[in-house]
Design a protein around this ligand. Sequence first.
Ligand SMILES: [Ca+2]
Length: 155
Amino acid sequence: MPDQNTLSKSAADSSISPIIENKSTAKASENSSLIDSIHSLDISDYAPLVTDDFDITTNLETALKEIFERYDLDCDSLLNDKELDDFAIFTNGEPFSKEEKLEISENLDCSEDGFLTLPGFIQMYSLQTCSGDELETWKDLLKHGYNKDLSLSSK
Ligand SMILES: [Ca+2]
């Protein structure tokens, strides 16, 4: 019998280097009181909303577009005061405050009349979602009938 050639496994062993992906933690704001109300929502197995490049996913954009169109009753691709109020009431239970509306018109893409455009609407969610507040975004999506795979469960 030939000598038992003990193969060194050193090469294989060295592959146990600590490659721990340092993903930005969406759970960083655990102490935030805002999270309390939606504490029970575990989004770990939900569809991703943010890409690796910290942009919103195509699926989220599609969903937001669809939601925007629900409130754009006169189909002018803008959310006027009334339409924006309807959205805020359905989503948050109350219309946006004067301050919030001012913030929207100053920071998001709006028409000359100060009405929120679709890009502005997507921008609003993009800012919220990509700043780590995916829970808030999911809350709104679920409210509008989307399931965790980001498809409409109703209808
Ligand atoms: Ca409109």
